[in-house]
Design a binder for this molecule. Structure first.
Ligand SMILES: Nc1nc2c(ncn2[C@@H]2O[C@H](COP(=O)(O)OP(=O)(O)OP(=O)(O)O)[C@@H](O)[C@H]2O)c(=O)[nH]1
Ligand SMILES: [Mg+2]
Length: 420
């Protein structure tokens, strides 16, 4: 059997050369695209390397006829494994670099073995058994499709994983499923393979863009005189009122008065009275909604009246109705919903939904010090389109209260280390 290798421009040229050289019974054993140096070795040109054979009994798995010349199709695995490794021919480049991971190691091995199988045949003048010569072209094609498939899969998994990692992060931070997905997708849409720290800073930017002015803290307005604080039991309403009162007293700019409607809990009045005494501000108790006008009149010398209310379970419709009625009589300039960040995100959301009927102007979030999850803040601000007033960060009166922007709060996510 005679085996010859041809470097040609295209297949017709190869067929012509093979027929002329080896006759019409010749079969093509392999083809591959190579690059050869031309112009005194200064430039590379694309060429086709075709190996053909004639003579001997060539047992093929199935015959492939190309341009009138038969070619064998698939390599024989066992035989290629036995073939000793030989380096690739010089001045030729395999089209696709097979260095894309262990998943392709087997295929790459097959390719090398195939290339190796070709070499002795070429060098020895063609005494190699044809069934030991697999088809390089087929292996290359297989490699190329494997590579494309792998890249597609890796690419889509990467982009999916960054987006889903961001989504998972937002979910863990207390952001609802739909909103978390939206924000994560928006943050990663233009750059799906972005590293997580940068993706998180983009998530933050997406949130800030969505919130716009709502991301700016809105403490009690200068124009507001009567401010009511409502919220569930034990979230820190009374303590927060004491902290805010202290801020104004210490600033010395407004004459503060305190009013409580909380006669529900035995020690509630005493608690607020203690703070009022320490701060040296007046404090009145309202037993009945009808007393409200009278009590407010008694505090006529105050230009800021902070109204404490009983902590209630707003899952009960009658609680919502009672609070609505109380606020109707009080007619506050601002109503602030106090909510603890230690509450479950779904419960917080249900709370705000329940309180919606009596009108909430601002949020006050407490117990930031007791949690590392702050996603409920932007989620609620975005959903209910209400700003944040204050955030409390501990039990100490008056120190543990802050006026923070959403950006400052979200900076906790990034730990100050991410950025672009
Ligand atoms: N860790 C922490 N504890 C807080 C914070 N704010 C309030 N607390 C504590 O939470 C508990 C309840 O605070 P209150 O101010 O009595 O809560 P409330 O909402 O008025 O409670 P009710 O009137 O019973 O509904 C107290 O032990 C406070 O010290 C905070 O920001 N961080
Ligand atoms: Mg209270």
């Amino acid at each position: 059997m005679i085996v010859r290798r041809y470097i040609v421009r295209d297949m017709p040229e190869a067929v012509m050369s093979i027929r002329k050289d080896l006759g019409k019974d010749a079969v093509i054993l392999s083809t591959k695209k190579v690059r050869v140096k031309k112009w005194l070795g200064l430039r590379w040109q694309k060429r086709l390397e075709v190996t053909a054979a004639v003579g001997g009994d060539i047992p093929l798995h199935h015959d492939v006829v190309r341009n009138g010349v038969k070619a064998p199709a698939a390599p024989v695995r066992e035989e290629t494994r036995e073939t000793p490794p030989v380096t690739r021919p010089e001045a030729t480049d395999v089209l696709d670099e097979p260095s894309f991971g262990a998943a392709l190691a087997g295929a790459f091995g097959a390719y090398q073995a195939t290339a190796a199988a070709m070499q002795p045949a070429q060098q020895d003048g063609g005494v190699k058994a044809p069934q030991q010569v697999p088809v390089v072209e087929d292996v290359l094609r297989e490699l190329a499709s494997l590579k494309a498939m792998l890249q597609t899969q890796v690419g889509s998994r990467d982009s999916a994983s960054v987006a889903s990692e961001c989504e998972g992060f937002l979910r863990a931070q207390g952001v609802g499923e739909d909103v978390a997905r939206q924000w994560a997708q928006r943050a990663t849409a233009n750059d799906p393979d972005v590293p997580m720290p940068i993706a998180l800073s983009r998530v933050q930017q997406v949130i800030l863009d969505e919130l716009g002015d709502l991301a700016i803290p809105m403490p009690i307005s200068q124009e507001s005189r009567v401010v009511a604080f409502v919220g569930p039991t034990g979230v820190g309403k009374t303590t927060s009122i004491a902290k805010i009162a202290a801020l104004y007293v210490l600033a010395g700019k407004r004459r503060v008065g305190l009013l409580t409607t909380d006669t529900f809990r035995i020690a509630a009045v005493e608690q607020l009275k203690t703070y009022a005494d320490i701060l040296g501000v007046p404090m009145l108790v309202v037993d009945d909604a009808q007393e409200l006008p009278l009590r407010l009149a008694e505090l006529s010398g105050c230009d800021l009246i902070l109204v404490d209310t009983a902590g209630r379970n707003f899952r009960k419709p009658e609680t919502v109705a009672n609070t609505q009625s109380l606020l109707g009589s009080l007619a506050p300039d601002e109503t602030i919903l106090v909510a603890s960040l230690t509450a479950k995100p779904d419960d917080l959301d249900a709370l705000v939904t329940a309180c919606n009927p009596f009108g909430i102007d601002k949020f006050l979030f407490t117990k930031l010090d007791e949690t590392s999850t702050v996603g409920s803040i932007p989620a609620l601000l975005a959903k209910y389109q209400r700003p944040l007033s204050y955030v409390t960060v501990g039990q100490n009166v008056p120190d543990d209260i802050d006026i923070l922007s959403v950006e400052q709060i979200l900076d906790r996510w990034l730990g100050g280390e991410a950025g672009e």
